[in-house]
Ligand binder design. Structure first.
Ligand SMILES: [Zn+2]
Ligand SMILES: [Zn+2]
Length: 523
């Protein structure tokens, strides 16, 4: 959309502008192109927001006598939405009324200076922008490819934000969870609650470094409850849809009187803009929220490679309130987080014990020679076959992690020919992925060959884990620690095998083993 840039210093222009705006502003005012029919009479320039310097945009103060439209408030409050997605349900003149009365402001969704940047997702990679000749702009119009699945960010669809009065009311949010925290969980929960209860006078960060199987969700309950009781909106953000889907029922159960909603790619359009007190969202869905959460919890912040990580960080930075507490929860903090912990810059609590109190199984390293060469002749190292056979005989299930999808079919075939048991394989783009995992969970297969997609989030009682080709670059320290974390998660099956079958030790292998030993040494 383009806007008429109306000067406010003559009576003709002022006649086009509502009195509240004229009263508060002195220079120029923007009127959306479709709302003005006077263009023949007036010689007013048409502009896009991206053509104007951002600091040139001025908005009137709040008119508290203005009758707000509740539908508009419910949609935009706490969010930053494209004008295009708002006018799909709300007429432009209704939005304009709210702008004139100080309740809605707009900003350009794309900045051209100092470099081309998408304001919604933070993308500034020139290769991730496209350009079309746009009928609305009557000009060339840039759009962002990085966040296009959330609706197209263009130069002619500004972003809208809500600026009404804050009405945070504190009310009761009883906890429906009646379990008991382990001593380690309790310590972490208490530390977190203390941080939540201290005032949010400035922006603060806190890290919960909890081993796989520590029971991190339960540790968060009291802190979430404290935030909600203050009237705060609480956010749990995670890069993975799987995690969102797993957390939703647990949070609904834990907070029976609270409005809990999950936002992920599969949410129905009519629920996309609903309000909630406790929000669980993926990175992409988070891009629709703005300046809204005094308490933001980021789960599995390290779950994806760096670029993805950066995107999640940007999304959280935009969605959290200016004065807020951001909590990172992870078993494998990035080097950057560890550096900030060690320098004392980042407040943190470590949870080195699993909730059941037993040690983490320490991975064993087994050298298997040039296994890739063997595999070319459809042979797997005997050490691998024998290890799997032993567990199959003992009625144990086995995950065999491998680095590449291209190797999986051969490995699966060789195992099927050597073992008298049910073997299958799974990878990220496998259409039957969920179904296979649930059959494995139900005990309908014994051996599952998998890529790193199952490195986290999967809890299977009594599972044994092998990594074939642990020397591959894809198996970073954190990937190996997460993989090892699949074993021994339940109290009555707290031990088990983690075997790194390798053709040469790597730093990542050594550091992963040390990482786990160090956690076991702490009490
Ligand atoms: Zn973008
Ligand atoms: Zn355009």
């Amino acid at each position: 959309m383009r806007f008429y840039l109306v000067p406010l210093d003559d009576s003709v222009s002022q006649s086009l502008v509502p009195p509240h705006v004229v009263k508060h502003l002195s220079h120029k005012w923007l009127i959306p192109e479709p709302l003005l029919n006077h263009k023949d009479k007036l010689n007013i320039p048409l502009v896009r927001l991206s053509d104007l310097p951002p600091d040139k945009l001025e908005f009137p103060s709040l008119n508290t006598t203005f009758q707000i439209n509740e539908e508009v408030e419910n949609m935009i409050k706490g969010r930053r939405l494209l004008l295009d997605e708002v006018i799909a349900t709300i007429p432009l003149d209704v939005i304009y009324d709210h702008i004139c009365n100080g309740y809605i402001r707009y900003q350009s969704a794309i900045n051209r200076k100092p470099k081309l940047t998408c304001v919604r997702c933070g993308n500034d990679d020139p290769f991730l922008f496209g350009e079309i000749s746009c009928a609305r702009c009557v000009d060339k119009c840039a759009y962002c490819r990085a966040c296009i699945q959330m609706g197209k960010v263009t130069e002619c669809s500004p972003l809208l934000t809500w600026h009404g009065e804050e009405s945070a009311e504190s009310r009761n949010h009883p906890l429906g969870w009646e379990g008991e925290l382990s001593p380690a969980q309790d310590k972490a929960s208490e530390a977190l609650v203390t941080h939540v209860m201290s005032s949010y006078l400035m922006e603060r960060k806190f890290l919960i470094w909890a081993v796989c199987g520590a029971g991190k969700t339960e540790m968060l309950f009291e802190a979430i409850q404290s935030g909600l009781a203050k009237g705060d909106s609480v956010l749990i953000a995670t890069p993975r849809t799987d995690v969102v889907l797993e957390l939703l029922p647990r949070m609904v159960m834990a907070f029976p009187n609270t409005v809990v909603r999950a936002f992920h790619g599969g949410v129905k359009p009519e629920e996309r803009y609903a309000q909630a007190e406790l929000v669980i969202a993926t990175t992409h869905q988070l891009l629709r929220f703005y300046d809204h959460f005094p308490l933001a919890i980021i789960d599995e912040v390290d779950a994806f490679p760096f670029s993805y990580d950066k995107k999640l960080q940007y999304a959280v930075e935009c969605a959290r309130s200016k004065q807020s507490l951001t909590v990172y929860v992870t078993a494998t903090p990035s080097d950057e987080l560890k550096r900030r912990v060690n320098s004392g810059e980042l407040a943190h609590v470590k949870v080195p014990r699993r909730y059941h109190g037993f040690d983490l199984p320490v991975p064993k390293r087994v050298w298997v020679g040039d296994w890739r060469k063997k595999l070319e002749k459809n042979v797997l190292p005997m050490k691998v076959i024998n290890w799997i056979q032993r567990h199959v005989n003992a009625k144990k299930q086995v995950f065999l992690f491998v680095a590449k999808i291209s190797l999986m079919a051969t490995i699966e075939e060789v195992l099927k020919s050597k073992l008298d048991t049910v073997v299958e394989s799974v990878h990220a783009s496998d259409p039957d992925r969920r179904e296979k995992v649930s059959r494995f969970r139900a005990g309908e297969m014994n051996v599952l060959v998998t890529t790193t997609i199952l490195e986290r989030g999967v809890t299977i009682k009594g599972v044994q884990v092998g990594v074939l080709g642990a020397e591959d670059r894809i198996f970073t320290e954190s990937a190996l620690v997460q993989i090892a974390g699949r074993v021994g998660r339940s109290a009555d099956e707290h031990d088990g095998d983690v075997i790194f079958f390798h053709y040469g030790n790597t730093n990542a292998i050594v550091r992963a083993v040390r990482h786990i030993e160090a956690m076991n040494d702490q009490t």
